[in-house]
Each structure stands twice: as C-alpha cells, then as structure tokens.
Design a protein around this ligand. Structure first.
Ligand code: LMR
Length: 339
C-alpha cells in the first residue's frame, strides 16, 4: 500500500514537472544533422561533440550524428530544426539569410583577409551578436566553427574575372553569392550541397566555389580541371539549435553542453587549416586538377570586380558589423602589420 502511494506521488510530481516517469529515465536525444563528410572540419566537430557529451553525461544525453545530408539536406534542415525533427545543425551563414540579414556579412567577397581574421571576428561582440540575431525566428546560435577560405573552380583556367564570363556557377542559397557572380557577368545557380558533384558532371553548372576539404571529400575535383586559389571568402559555420528545445533543457545540462561546445570549437578551429591543406595535397596528388595561384595583380582584379557588391548590402547588414570585420583583419595574427 505504502509503495503504491509513493509511486503515485512520484508520478504526479513528474507529471507536474512535465516529464513522464518513463521519459525521466531516458536520455535526452540530440539529433545533429549536417551535409558534409565526416573527415571534414564540421564532420569531425560533430563527432567530437557526440563523444564528449556522452562521456560527460552518460545515460542523460545521447547525440545522434547524421552526416552527408543523410537525414536532411540543404533546403530541409532548417525546417526540420524549427519543427523539432533535429536539434542541432551547423550550416554556413549563407544558408541563414532568411532568418537574419546580418548573416550575409560572411559572404561579402574579399571582406576577410584570411581565416585568422574570421576567427578573430567570431570571438568579438559583433560576431556574438550575429549568433543571437535569429532568436526572433526561434533559432539560437551557440558557436562558430571554422572550415576555411573558398577557392573557385571550373573546367577552364580562371585567372581573371573575364575568364568566368558566361559560366554557370553553383552557389549556396545566398543572394550575396548570386550577386558576386553576376558582378563578373557569370550565371549563379543556387543548388544544395548534395547536388554539386552531379550538377558539375552533367553540365547543369560549369563551376563552383568551396574549401579544399569540401572539394576533396565530395570528389568535386574529379569534375573540375582547375581550381583557382582565390581565398575570396570564408566557409564558416554557425552551430545552431531550436531556441525552445534549448530553453527546455535543465540548466546544468545546458551549461555542460555549452562548455563542451566551447572546447570542441577550439579543437575544430585548431584542426581546420591542416585538414584543408591536407586535402589540397590530396587533390594535387590525384593529378586531375591544376591549382592556379594568382599573382597579387590578378587577385586584385577579382577584388575590384566583386567588391562593389558590398554597396547593396551595407545598410541591411549594418555598417558597424562590416567595420568590426575590417578591424578583425587588422588584428589577425597573419596580417602584415601584426607584430
Ligand atoms: C556548401 O553548401 O557548399 C557548404 O555550405 C557545405 C558545408 O556545410 O560546408
């Protein structure tokens, strides 16, 4: 009799707390979906996160990682996050402009001098303000993860902007990137990441832009004879979650997840450059693709042709954010005036 009363009391307490008795014993499941391969910076970040969370919170939180668009691809994953079918994603800001125009900052061509500047910016108050700029849409940004600088590719050598004229370029779902290619009189086409290889193989598009790790892991170099080392913009990621889901987590779990995420971000950023350089070497070793290094004069021509795109976006992104990015260039460790 006593036992059944206390069981009843416990069940009602759990019900009031919104937790059913069986759910109270089951781990919280975090589904983390992404579109890239596991050996890339983001792929490794997701696995490191899973490993650390399950070690720190055994039986309490379990992380399921779905790489390579295997659960949701571009164009589906944000909706899936909003309706709670997944709980964490790490898209590039190019895929977030619908939720916050400030995310467009990262796509302005030739804004960041190098990846150190992007990392510097990510740590700044301006960088943090972009993470929280999607909350009105129910999305909370938790961290930035690095990939690397983007290069351009085609089946003809691209040394100067005029070489790209008339070519069809795959871009991520970003109007800034569309305008970047329109500025050099090329034809941009938004396409999901999973479709890039086939799009190039079948000639739906003739060229694209990405980091070495994304080129190599998707075998894009097999269908592109030339990669121009343009470093014209970054691929960085915003680790995002559903705000309601995040706020529903017990405080101590939320804090542990955040501590782990901070540690994982440091590790992803430490590995990202080397992973990209390794994949550059892998592409060269396969011998199918020539990597073109630009002279400073040639690179300047790309900058002159693409940078006018900034004008259209300055107001909506916010001049203060653009200024903060330029300041990050000056403070990045590899900039020429660094000590
Ligand atoms: C792309 O679509 O090219 C990238 O955003 C993929 C990624 O997540 O690195």
């Amino acid at each position: 009799m006593m036992k059944s009363i206390s069981t009843t009391l416990l069940s009602s307490a759990l019900l009031i707390a919104g937790i059913s008795s069986s759910a109270a014993d089951e781990p919280i499941i975090i589904k983390f979906s992404h579109v890239v391969a596991e050996q890339t910076p983001k792929g490794q970040g997701a696995l490191l996160f899973k490993e650390a969370v399950e070690k720190a919170l055994p039986g309490k939180v379990s992380v399921e990682v779905y790489p390579n668009s295997s659960l949701f691809g571009d164009g589906q994953e944000m909706d899936a996050l909003l309706i709670g079918d997944v709980h964490m994603l790490a898209p590039s800001p190019s895929k977030l402009e619908y939720y916050s125009k400030q995310t467009q900052l990262f796509d302005l061509p030739f804004l960041f001098d190098d990846f150190d500047a992007v990392a510097q910016f990510a740590k700044s108050d301006a960088g943090k303000s972009i993470l929280t700029s999607m909350e009105k849409s129910g999305i909370t940004g938790l961290a930035y993860w690095n990939n690397g600088m983007k290069q351009m590719s085609a089946n003809k050598p691209l040394r100067e902007p005029k070489d790209a004229r008339g070519l069809k370029f795959r871009v991520q779902a970003s109007t800034v990137l569309e305008d970047q290619y329109k500025a050099i009189r090329a034809n941009p086409r938004k396409m999901s990441f999973a479709e890039v290889y086939q799009g190039l193989q079948t000639g739906v598009v003739n060229g694209t832009e990405n980091t070495y790790s994304n080129y190599y892991s998707q075998k894009v170099h097999e269908v592109q004879n030339y990669i121009t080392e343009s470093d014209h913009g970054p691929i960085v990621y915003m680790v995002v979650t559903n705000t309601k889901f995040w706020e529903s987590l017990p405080t101590e779990i939320q804090q542990t997840l955040m501590t782990i995420l901070d540690e994982v971000s440091v590790e992803v950023n430490r590995r990202a450059y080397d992973l990209n350089m390794q994949d550059k070497a892998n592409i060269l070793a396969e011998g199918s693709t020539e990597i073109i290094t630009l002279t400073p004069e040639e690179r300047e021509k790309w900058r002159e042709a693409m940078q006018p795109v900034w004008k259209k976006y300055e107001k909506v992104i916010g001049p203060h954010l653009i200024q903060a990015a330029l300041d990050a260039n000056r403070h990045s460790s590899s900039s020429s005036d660094a000590p």
